[in-house]
Design a protein around this ligand. Structure first.
Ligand SMILES: NC(=O)c1ccc[n+]([C@@H]2O[C@H](COP(=O)([O-])OP(=O)(O)OC[C@H]3O[C@@H](n4cnc5c(N)ncnc54)[C@H](O)[C@@H]3O)[C@@H](O)[C@H]2O)c1
Length: 360
């Protein structure tokens, strides 16, 4: 029998460890984007700009000419099934299609062992999100939900303030979402306004803010809702406005008032928190500014600047932070970081919205 001297063994281990300390070349993560509309184009463009990422394929039921990708050299498919059967080498599928088909397409991609990035909302009901989570476990694949407002400095700061219990016992949390979506917004879309594919303004416009609420303050109970359709009764199958009251599981009181019927332009989306040792309001058009901070023994630091909102023609949406989402995918798949918004959180936001609608 060959005997290895302890010194050789030690030297071998040492060299092996040194090899691991050498900087390894990071291979870009390979993406396919499904749905090349407003936000899908943003996904595809940002992925192409990020050295950590590579855009391998695109898919949309519309032609390349209609989506503006006719002069790219990126393989293009009209059916997700053909994309998934193509044999092309990609690890991640980004689902950027209408809300009502997110869960179904995520299941198709997971079934083919792909990781999925799902635009908000994860699905339009809890049951469909559960099926996605079950399939992800079964296939040992990751699910990333796009809730890019979590990267906004005021949101991250507020989360830290609450985690550090700087406000003491929380008394009230009030969320106001006052946005404008005009007739042309619905006229130029073949799915926005539909109950089956859009689901409602709490899903399409305001799920980001319900995510921030859940992320920072947790689950809610005792929900009471009232809805009305003031400005969109002729072009949507759901109400454009509502008031919702609820109680957080720790007993603090919450309310949400929302409308897409604000005249002219977006007015604000804000969260106001009062507690035993202080009060905070994060406001601005899309929860991007700390407007009030009066907290015991605390001086407000200067926060890094917030990204501008996503621009949808005349309409402004939530923070343009998608670049961080794709970075997070690459870091998680390399084992360096945890998922910023995971599938369970995506499901909880959908479930909370579902319960708010059911309470009306
Ligand atoms: N995170 C954010 O801030 C943000 C912002 C805007 C939209 N979104 C979400 O992104 C999704 C898309 O919204 P949008 O504004 O880009 O809509 P959009 O209508 O501009 O784009 C949707 C695209 O999906 C395509 N499509 C429809 N059915 C398809 C199918 N079966 N297979 C492949 N492609 C299909 C359409 O042809 C269209 O090009 C929605 O879920 C929306 O809620 C998220």
């Amino acid at each position: 029998m060959n005997k290895v001297s302890p010194w050789c063994k030690y030297r071998g281990d040492f060299l092996w460890q040194c090899l691991h300390l050498l900087p390894m070349e990071k291979k870009p993560v390979k993406f396919a984007v499904v749905g090349c509309g407003r936000i899908g184009n943003r996904h595809a463009t940002l992925i192409q700009m990020d050295p950590d990422c590579e855009l391998v394929a695109l898919c949309d039921i519309k032609s390349e000419e209609e989506t503006g990708w006719e002069n790219s050299n990126v393989p293009y498919f009209n059916d997700i099934k053909d994309l998934l059967d193509s044999g092309l080498d990609f690890e991640v599928v980004n689902i950027c299609t209408p809300n009502g088909i997110h869960a179904e397409q995520a299941l198709q991609a997971l079934e083919k062992s792909k990781h999925v990035v799902i635009e908000k909302p994860m699905g339009l009901n809890k049951a469909s999100c559960e099926r996605v989570i079950f399939k992800a476990f079964e296939m040992s694949r990751q699910v990333f939900i796009v809730m890019q407002n979590r990267y906004s400095p005021p949101s991250a700061w507020l989360k830290e303030m609450i985690l550090e219990e700087r406000l003491g016992r929380i008394h009230t949390v009030q969320i106001n979402c006052y946005w404008n979506r005009g007739d042309d917004y619905y006229a130029r879309s073949d799915w926005k306004g539909s109950k089956e594919l859009d689901g409602g303004v709490l899903f399409t416009q305001f799920s980001h803010f319900i995510d921030i609420m859940y992320w920072i303050f947790g689950d809610i109970t005792d929900i009471k809702s009232t809805f009305s359709n003031f400005a969109h009764a002729h072009n949507t199958e759901f109400e454009d406005s509502g008031t919702v009251t609820f109680t957080f599981l720790d007993g603090s009181l919450g309310s949400l008032i929302f409308t897409t019927g604000v005249w002219g332009k977006n007015m604000e989306s804000s969260i106001t928190v009062t507690g035993a040792k202080g009060s905070i309001k994060v406001g601005g058009q899309y929860m991007d500014k700390v407007e009030y901070c009066h907290v015991e023994n605390y001086e407000m630091p200067e926060l890094p600047p917030t990204n501008p909102p996503n621009d949808y023609g005349p309409y402004k949406g939530s923070a343009a932070n998608h670049i961080h989402v794709f970075k997070n995918v690459a870091e998680v798949l390399r084992g360096e970081k945890k998922i910023t918004t995971n599938a369970l959180e995506g499901m909880k936001v959908t479930e909370i919205i579902e319960r708010m609608y059911q309470a009306g």
